[in-house]
Design a protein around this ligand. Structure first.
Ligand SMILES: Cc1cc2nc3c(=O)[nH]c(=O)nc-3n(C[C@H](O)[C@H](O)[C@H](O)COP(=O)(O)OP(=O)(O)OC[C@H]3O[C@@H](n4cnc5c(N)ncnc54)[C@H](O)[C@@H]3O)c2cc1C
Length: 645
């Protein structure tokens, strides 16, 4: 039978949810009733296998946000052949369903990476280590993400900018990519583009608990974020169209899928980059595996790595591009001595805090009744409405500042999940994060009697940096990801998270929440048993056990000046010491954006297109990019946005 379902749906608990996933995927594959049929470019992997020699002008490694944006831009030039290589498959139809966003942890669409044991994080998890999900599917991590779209704070655009792309140009590129469909401009910090390929909107979702949380934030002075300000609460924009996730492959590949010069090969893993050493140190192409068959694909012009901050570092190291002594210690032939590869891994950190509350206007045990789930499934299939058509209060975020200097830009975000009494989703969520059995039991028992609000405090500007290196040289192996969380000398990261903990505790004391018997939960962490609940020692123990990485990643192939020994790529994102090999996603950023990384990745992929067109197309005048290597005149075009505008 065509399209037999092979998806690994083990993270989902409950036969009914499993049945739904199978149903939705079957409806798509066999009856074409759900999801976009034929939405993506044709797959050339089998055709490539049958060729004797394969060559393309440009090879893009990784079909995530950055790779899709770049493939779109480069294939505009019809005389160029562009190959996009993706290790994963087409997105499964269930990834289109917003309400299933939490089901992709540990699935076939996840690289399922884990980090080295770090005594300051994830100690409550099985194996005492943090996991780090990365999308292994067309659209990359944007296909399995929470769909939030928050670019960054305008004053931080300098951090996203390269010396070749001034911050005002970054703003112009964002606007060109964005297709905001809503009418509520006031809700957002500043104006979003409306004509671009990334469809954006807010979910039409309200609930008593969302109102309750908003009222609580208002009571302590955090109001709905006004236009172009950044402190307060907001309903996030999400990448969504007609009730379905609008992943970055839909945004950038679907509109150009018929281009004759754009080739996609899926289920194709790049095992290494080949460089012509000692001939001319120019990239020659990539080695790939398809169905276990290994072969070489030649690049006539350039190879661009857009495989994300973890996989880019892994690929560079496997290919002999990295710190010389380290490569030699691993018996990898040295192609280029680039000490910074894999260093400077920059992540946001999450501190989850569980608060129980009494009944809040909603029927208890809603999702424990199968009939409710069946109704949600039915409504979604009929007209994309109901409980599966949105991500619930995950869309509500509050940005706060706990800085002592009074600066009004946020350094913490607070995100939310809500579990009604007896909620099936809680078990699925706890299984996904794989907490110690005692903690799971405590939470599930509490949820039999009370609803639970999960506050996820996110450290937006962490000072510490991790590292990506190799466990072994196989391209599919888990790289060695060393977190180094909260290791900054000043202890800012710890202090800020502690302030975040206190912030949530204080919220529970606000009258609005007290009316609902809000109570910070002692979740029975075995490692913290010796400390009295809520003492300083307990809170420290709590933080080190519970903190985990938010899956936004950046920094492992940092861009910098020629003399900067920590820089991996030059200003035009070319890898030092290797001609015509570039990196083009958040890996090149020195600091992770305060906002989400999908917008930043797409923007960098888009920018890479301008750099390559300017180099390879005679007389190409980029509207964004000045080949004189100085930022464009800030007085020209759209003027730069400031937070105070
Ligand atoms: C659970 C979760 C929730 C998230 N929520 C949000 C959110 O709400 N908003 C947001 O903006 N960001 C979110 N993120 C982060 C965001 O999705 C990613 O940071 C972003 O998509 C990274 O984009 P990228 O293009 O750099 O890399 P990726 O999206 O990771 O894409 C890289 C692609 O390269 C492919 N690849 C890797 N190695 C190879 C290889 N050797 N050969 C061939 N192909 C390869 C991968 O399979 C992947 O498809 C979330 C992430 C996760 C995991």
């Amino acid at each position: 039978m065509e399209g037999v379902i092979t998806y690994d749906i083990s993270p989902i608990k409950g036969p009914l949810v499993n049945a739904f996933l199978i149903l939705i995927n079957t409806l798509f594959f066999n009856l074409k009733l759900v999801g976009p049929y034929d939405a993506y470019p044709r797959d050339y992997s089998q055709a490539l296998l049958n060729e004797d020699e394969v060559m393309f002008d440009f090879i893009i490694v990784g079909g995530g946000a950055a790779g899709c944006a770049l493939a779109n831009r480069l294939s505009e030039e019809s005389t160029w052949s562009v190959l996009l290589i993706e290790a994963g498959d087409y997105p499964p139809p269930s990834s289109d369903v917003p309400g299933l966003y939490f089901t992709f942890f540990n699935s076939n669409e996840d690289w399922k990476y884990y980090m080295e044991n770090d005594p300051k994080a994830c100690q409550v998890r099985s194996g005492n280590r943090c996991v780090l999900s990365r999308g292994k599917v067309l659209g990359g991590t944007s296909t399995i993400s929470n769909m939030r779209y928050w670019r960054d704070i305008a004053s931080n655009f300098d951090r996203l900018a390269t010396p070749l792309f001034a911050s005002k140009v970054v703003f112009d590129i964002f606007r060109e990519m964005e297709g905001y469909e809503g009418t509520d401009q006031e809700q957002f910090q500043y104006t979003y583009g409306t004509e671009g390929p990334i469809y954006l909107n807010v979910f039409n979702y309200t609930s008593p608990v969302k109102d309750l949380l908003q009222d609580t934030y208002k009571a302590i002075g955090y109001n709905k974020i006004p236009k172009r300000k950044f402190l307060g609460y907001a309903n996030h924009l999400t990448y969504i169209k007609n009730g379905e996730r609008f992943n970055m492959a839909k945004a950038f590949l679907t509109p150009v899928k018929e281009r004759k010069n754009l080739f996609l090969t899926k289920n194709t893993e790049v095992d290494g980059v080949v460089v012509n050493v000692p001939l001319d140190n120019k990239v020659g192409g990539v080695n790939v595996s398809i169905d276990g068959v290994k072969f070489f694909i030649r690049a006539r012009k350039e190879v661009v790595l857009t495989s994300g901050a973890i996989n880019n570092a892994k690929l560079l190291l496997i290919s002999g591009i990295g710190p010389k002594a380290y490569l030699q210690s691993k018996n990898i032939p040295v192609v280029a001595d680039v000490p910074g590869v894999g260093k400077n891994l920059h992540l946001h950190l999450y501190l989850p805090i569980f608060v129980s509350i009494g009944p809040c206007g909603e029927q208890p045990a809603a999702h424990s009744k199968e009939i409710d789930l069946i109704r949600d499934i039915f409504n979604y299939l009929i007209d994309r409405s109901g409980g599966l058509s949105h991500t619930g209060i995950n869309q509500l975020a509050t940005y706060i500042s706990v800085r002592k200097d009074g600066t009004t830009t946020p350094n913490l975000g607070v995100y939310h999940e809500y579990f009604k009494i007896g909620d099936r989703a809680l078990m699925a969520a706890l299984d996904a994060v794989d907490y110690h059995p005692t903690v799971k039991k405590t939470l599930l028992e509490t949820n039999q009697k009370k609803s639970i609000v999960l506050f996820m405090v996110s450290l937006l500007e962490s000072a510490s940096r991790g590292e990506v290196s190799l466990n072994d040289t196989h391209h599919l192996s888990n790289p060695k990801i060393t977190p180094n969380f909260m290791t900054d000398d000043e202890q800012w990261d710890y202090a800020t998270l502690l302030s975040g903990f206190n912030f949530v505790y204080n919220l529970t004391q606000v009258e609005t929440l007290r009316e609902y018997d809000a109570e910070l939960l002692d979740i029975n962490i075995p490692n913290c048993r010796n400390f009295k609940f809520c003492t300083m020692a307990y809170v420290k123990c709590y933080i080190h056990n519970m903190v985990y990485p938010n899956p936004d990643t950046a920094g492992t192939a940092k861009m910098g000046e020629e003399c900067d020994p920590t820089a991996v790529v030059r200003k035009d994102l070319e890898v030092k010491g290797v001609r015509c090999l570039r990196v083009a996603d958040s890996s090149v950023l020195g600091d992770i954006p305060t906002g989400n990384t999908v917008p930043a990745d797409a923007m960098i992929g888009f920018s890479m297109g301008e750099i390559l067109k300017s180099k390879w197309l005679k007389d190409y005048q980029s509207p964004y990019y000045n080949t004189e290597e100085t930022p464009l005149d800030p007085a020209s075009g759209i003027s730069r946005m400031k937070d105070s505008d």
